[in-house]
Design a protein around this ligand. Structure first.
Ligand code: PGA
Length: 250
């Protein structure tokens, strides 16, 4: 019922030439848009070059956006600017942004609203740290991130939002959460959406798992009822590996 998603998060990797090589290598080999939404989220400086070469079977996203439309925010990129490049998606609230750039649930909320008002589709990240997992507070952490992150966002706006559950301890560590653990957390997020909105909204929203997803682990993760796709860092950098992830996601 929910169309699967495979989103690559390149983080701060790839020069313009490397990015273009990747796009040429994957463009004819990805599943069609009716089967899968394949997305690459690239550094801001190469978005325009990638957007020019995107097709129906590969859409381009940014990795962050400011909440203001313009202003004295040296080094930042606004949702208006992103929208003018033609990107379709934007990752918001990634744990690396929260940890290294002081993003909070409140700023993530402002960013989501700003992105929506400029027709960008947010991929909103949430997830607990290892300490929070071990002391049993995963659910309350997710509840806070989702409730504050989606504050004042209307049900019809939720339709363009994708949520990514990314346990911090699994990101870039090679420690993928077990499929059952990932599904349980994604199911909990779905139940929060039902509580905050409606059963219809919770049935519709797409929830991805992220954290050391690889071509080996993707099939088992995708087979889980509450997991609709992946947000993939390391394994999305190589063209053949990204193609395989996309094929296995459908
Ligand atoms: P990883 O990164 O796949 O390299 O763990 C995922 C992410 O941070 O989105």
């Amino acid at each position: 019922m929910r169309k699967p998603v495979m989103a690559g998060n390149w983080k701060m990797n790839k020069t313009r030439d490397e990015a273009l090589q990747f796009i040429y290598a994957v463009s004819d080999k990805l599943p069609s848009k009716d089967k899968l939404d394949s997305i690459i989220c690239a550094p801001a400086i190469i978005l325009r070059d990638l957007v020019k070469r995107q097709g129906d079977n590969l859409r381009i996203g940014a990795q962050n956006s400011h909440f203001a439309e313009s202003g004295a925010y040296t080094g930042e990129v606004s949702p208006v600017m992103l929208s003018s490049t033609g990107v379709e998606y934007v990752i918001l609230g990634h744990s690396e942004r929260r940890a290294y750039f002081n993003e909070t649930d409140e700023t993530v909320n402002l960013k989501i609203k700003a992105a929506l008002s400029h027709d960008l589709k947010p991929i909103v990240c949430c997830g607990e740290s290892l300490e929070e997992r071990e002391n049993g507070t995963t659910h309350s952490v997710l509840e806070k991130q989702i409730t504050l992150g989606l504050k004042d966002i209307k049900e019809e706006e939720l339709e363009t939002i994708i949520i990514a559950y990314e346990p911090i301890w699994a990101i870039g560590t090679g420690k993928v959460a077990s499929a059952e653990m990932a599904d349980e957390a994604c199911g909990y997020i779905r139940s929060l959406i039902e509580k905050l909105y409606s059963k219809k909204a919770s049935d519709k929203i797409r929830i991805l798992y992220g954290g050391s997803v690889s071509t080996k682990s993707v099939s088992e993760l995708m087979a889980q009822p509450n997991i609709d796709g992946g947000l993939v860092g390391g394994a999305s950098l190589n063209a053949d590996s990204f193609i395989e992830l996309c094929e296995k996601a459908i």
